[in-house]
Structure formats: structure tokens, C-alpha cells
Design a protein around this ligand. Structure first.
Ligand code: PGA
Length: 250
């Protein structure tokens, strides 16, 4: 049985003070409950402080992005070593906002995936189709290409440290969620891809999260699908009570 993993992507929200308040609310509400794994991904500016608050709790820390070089003249970027030095275990790579707003392409995302894994960070690797691609009926081939390019050169062993987040772009921040059936169909396609291109064992083990307007009132039906192993949450993770209620629905 795969344990569910619920991650909150705070995006560009919450200054230091607000971050402390949010994470404190999450920790208080969660207690020692560890039915599922919980990850919070605050902005870079809050990572260190959030880390000191989650120590000795089941909550894990993730960053929202990373660069694939160790150091140097890369203004505005952060390295894997920097993330680890402030307590990150996870990093989100290839989020659709990075792809569409900041122009990140599959080859850059692949470099980031490889670098993060080589330096012992776990990766939440995001993929998903646009509305036009879904309407064109090419969802599976879009997702397949993102998997093929993003996971190029990654071993089955390294894959143990990857969570795949399927996030249809048309569902992110729009209030439109994929139906549980639509999501399940793509999740099952992704799991088969992993079974065929890595191993059956890898396919059985890999955690595949759904993301895109997950809310307390739709989480349970999505999370009850056989190939949906958790959720990557944006808007609904910005308040402790809605994030906690999604966690409770696992
Ligand atoms: P949303 O964002 O829950 O606000 O749709 C999800 C995400 O971008 O990870």
C-alpha cells in the first residue's frame, strides 16, 4: 500500500510572519497524526524559519525551485546545497508556472531533476497538459513526452526519490478540477509508463499526486481513486484549516 503524500505549494504567498503563523497552525492541528506524509513548500525567504518550527514534527520541508549548478554567477537562483542547508528534504521541479511564466523547458527540468537527486533531495516532478492540448485529445502524448524528457538518464533507484505530480494546467488556480475519473485515467497512464520504462516494481511504488484546484470538498473523491496517491495543493494550502481538512480526507 502506498502511503498518501499531501504537499502544500505556497507559491509567492506568505511573508516571514505569515509563514510562521501558517505552519504553526498546521503543526497544532496535525498533532502526531501521520496517516499520510505532509510536506510544506514555503517561499525561499521563509524556509529556514519554517524548518525550525517543524523540527520534531512529522511535517517535511520542500522548496519550490532549484538551479542545477553548485554555485557561481547565476543571479537570483539557489542551489541544492543551499536548500539542504536550510532543512529542505524536497524540491518542486517543473511546475507549470515555471514552465509557462518563466519559460522552463524539458531539458532544463531534466537537469534540475538529476541534480536534485544526485544531491539527495527528493523531487516533486510536475507534469500536465494545457486546455488546448486536452481538447485536442493529446493529453497522454503530452504527459508521455514530459515524462520521457524529464526522467531521461534517471535510474530506477533514483526514481524512488521522485514523486510525480500530475497537474492539468487548466485546473490550476481556476477552480476547475479534473473529475476523479479524468485524473485517474491519466494517473494510470503515468503508472503504466513507469512500469514499462523503469520496472513493474517502480510502477507499483511510485507516488503520483494530483494537483489543480484540490479543495476540502473534492479531495476525498480524488484521493479515493486507485492511482491517486496524494495531492499537490496551491490555493487551499494557504489556510491551516483547509489544508488540514484535505489531510484528514486521506
Ligand atoms: P491550486 O494549485 O491548488 O491553486 O490549483 C495547485 C498547484 O499549482 O500546485
Amino acid at each position: 500500500m502506498r502511503k498518501k503524500v499531501i504537499a502544500g505549494n505556497w507559491k509567492m504567498n506568505k511573508d516571514l510572519n505569515e509563514s510562521q503563523n501558517l505552519v504553526s497552525g498546521i503543526i497544532d492541528g496535525l498533532g502526531n497524526d501521520n496517516k499520510c506524509d505532509v510536506i510544506v513548500c514555503p517561499p525561499f525567504t521563509s524556509l529556514s524559519e519554517v524548518h525550525s518550527l517543524i523540527k520534531n514534527t512529522p511535517v517535511k520541508l520542500g522548496a519550490q525551485n532549484v538551479y542545477h549548478e553548485n554555485d557561481g554567477a547565476f543571479t537570483g537562483e539557489v542551489s541544492t546545497g543551499m536548500l539542504k542547508s536550510v532543512g529542505c528534504d524536497y524540491v518542486i521541479i517543473g511546475h507549470s508556472e515555471r514552465r509557462t511564466i518563466f519559460g522552463e523547458k524539458d531539458d532544463l527540468i531534466n537537469k534540475k531533476n538529476k541534480k536534485a537527486l544526485a544531491d539527495d533531495l527528493k523531487v516533486i516532478f510536475c507534469i500536465g497538459e494545457s486546455l488546448a492540448q486536452r481538447e485536442e485529445g493529446i493529453t497522454n502524448s503530452v504527459v508521455e513526452k514530459q515524462l520521457h524528457k524529464g526522467l531521461d538518464g534517471i535510474s530506477s533507484e533514483e526514481l524512488n526519490n521522485i514523486i510525480i505530480a500530475y497537474e492539468p494546467i487548466w485546473a490550476i488556480g481556476t477552480g476547475k478540477t479534473a473529475t476523479p475519473e479524468q485524473a485517474q485515467e491519466v494517473h494510470s497512464f503515468i503508472r503504466n509508463y513507469i512500469s514499462q520504462n523503469f520496472s513493474k516494481e517502480s510502477g507499483g511504488k511510485i507516488i503520483i499526486q494530483y494537483g489543480g484546484s484540490v479543495k476540502p470538498d473534492n479531495a476525498a473523491s480524488l484521493l479515493s481513486q486507485p492511482d491517486i496517491d496524494g495531492a499537490l495543493i496551491g490555493g487551499a494550502c494557504l489556510k491551516a484549516d483547509s489544508f488540514l481538512s484535505i489531510i484528514a480526507s486521506t
